[in-house]
Design a protein. Structure first.
Length: 457
């Protein structure tokens, strides 16, 4: 099953080859890890030039923080001084508590912050992470260490590793300090390879090109979410949380526009163009609003990937019936008594039970419980015009009145074969079959005959 959130996050407007270092169902995995979080530290903020923090990161941090707070977590936003106005502006736009903790840059600051906050989860969104040389580089390969605090120390300390004074790995033989803090679950969200968390896929990044090998962060996390824009990755996690909980946790397209403008008004610039305008990674606010709209639809669709759904503990118990689908649950019980395996097609196996659709129109369909879905499947790709297109409905109605199974040759089959040969000039003749499997068998059989004939000659 296709994970719709994955498909949206896979959009790569910056042509950064994110497919090479992203993992399927990453947003869903991060959402599962965060769903019951108790105390969360969210770090964000990427300053591309002195006094020029970028618009990517703070909006995503604010939206994710709001979702986690609604689920009962205590959320603390952490950033450096330059990015505080941006995070505060984003939180204010969402009517969230505006308190932001300034990262303590003094030696031992990361350890003290972890001891004080005792986070169960650490999240980094578009925050630079050190490379193998201990430096922090942007996507152009330039160092940004001078104006970005080493906040990845939180993630190194969380793994019981003490960073060396030069921001690199601990010096050989250095004593590892241990802090009596339960190791938090770590989540990283990024879009280019130089952010906290990319140490999880550094080997893949190194294979892309020399620049990526040099800028790649070595700081790993438990759950890494890669997206075309880091804000989108954060929104994807929120969309997955909404699907898992049945709650509307994601903001609206209009609020997305306001978030970007609020950050710009607070001093942010576009991280790619370096202009102080309401864009993120050179994409207009309307583009980001459209992505939010798509993610909202994906969250409500219920299609989150069958393979990934199998390891969700909330779906392990087939007796658990989602409150919004009692009639589908009842039909599933009837199907199990009448149909082997309860399904008529293997790809329709979903946990805890399939969706039973009642009607469809255009790009949407509705199940027997009245839940609305955006249909990306479209009859296995056959419905080019969508469900119940008026012209198709009229043609079917007219033909039904003439007959449906004539058991004889008729003009329509000839017309259809002629159309196929016009659409595919290389097809001299057309053979109609009942399935792709049958077509393949016929092709193999004819190929075998030709092979035998060739050998005889």
């Amino acid at each position: 099953m296709i994970d719709l959130v994955d498909q949206i996050l896979a959009l790569d407007p910056g042509h950064r080859d994110i497919a090479a270092f992203s993992n399927p169902s990453a947003a869903l995995g991060a959402a599962r890890a965060l769903r019951r979080a108790r105390r969360v530290l969210i770090v964000t903020g990427f300053t591309v030039e002195p006094g020029m923090p970028e618009t990517d990161g703070p909006p995503g941090a604010a939206v994710l923080g709001r979702a986690l707070r609604r689920l009962g977590a205590h959320v603390t936003h952490v950033t450096d001084q330059t990015n505080v106005p941006l995070v505060e502006a984003a939180l204010k736009t969402l009517d969230e508590p505006a308190g932001v903790t300034v990262y303590p840059v003094e030696v031992g600051g990361a350890a003290r912050l972890l001891v004080a906050e005792r986070p169960t989860h650490l999240v980094a969104i578009e925050r630079p992470g050190r490379n193998r040389a201990g430096d922090y580089l942007n996507m152009r390969g330039d160092s940004v260490a001078a104006w970005n605090a080493p906040m990845d120390e939180l993630f190194l300390w969380a793994g019981s590793v003490r960073p060396a004074p030069n921001r690199g790995w601990p010096e050989k033989g250095a004593r590892r300090l241990r802090v009596r803090v339960t190791r938090p679950v770590t989540v990283g969200i990024g879009d280019g390879g130089n952010e906290i968390g990319m140490g999880k896929v550094r080997s893949r990044l190194a294979r892309l090109d020399a620049l990526r090998r040099r800028i790649a962060s070595v700081v790993p996390v438990d759950h890494l979410v890669v997206a075309g824009v880091s804000n989108w990755g954060s929104y994807g996690v929120v969309a997955a949380l909404g699907r898992l909980t049945g709650l509307d946790l994601l903001h609206t397209p209009e609020i997305e526009r306001r978030l970007i403008q609020a950050c710009v008004s607070a001093g942010a610039c576009d991280g790619v163009t370096r202009r102080r305008e309401p864009t993120v990674d050179s994409l207009a606010a309307d583009t980001h609003a459209a992505v939010v709209d798509l993610l909202r639809l994906a969250s409500r669709s219920g299609i989150m990937g069958a393979a990934a759904a199998g390891d969700d503990h909330d779906h392990d118990d087939p007796r658990r019936v989602p409150r919004q689908a009692p009639r589908s649950a009842a039909l599933w019980e009837r199907a199990r008594r009448a149909i082997p395996g309860g399904i008529t097609h293997d790809i329709r196996h979903l946990a805890p039970f399939p969706t039973y659709v009642e009607r469809a129109a255009g790009a949407r369909k509705w199940d027997v419980d009245g839940n609305e879905y955006v249909d990306y499947w479209m009859g296995h790709g056959a419905l080019f015009l969508g469900h119940c297109h008026p012209a198709v409905v009229r043609a079917v109605q007219e033909q039904v009145a003439r007959g449906t199974h004539l058991g004889a040759c008729h003009e329509l089959e000839v017309r259809w074969a002629e159309l196929v040969t016009q659409l595919i000039p290389s097809a001299e003749l057309v053979r109609f079959t009942m399935s792709g499997t049958e077509a393949t068998h016929l092709a193999h059989a004819r190929g075998a005959r030709l092979h035998r004939a060739a050998r005889r000659s």
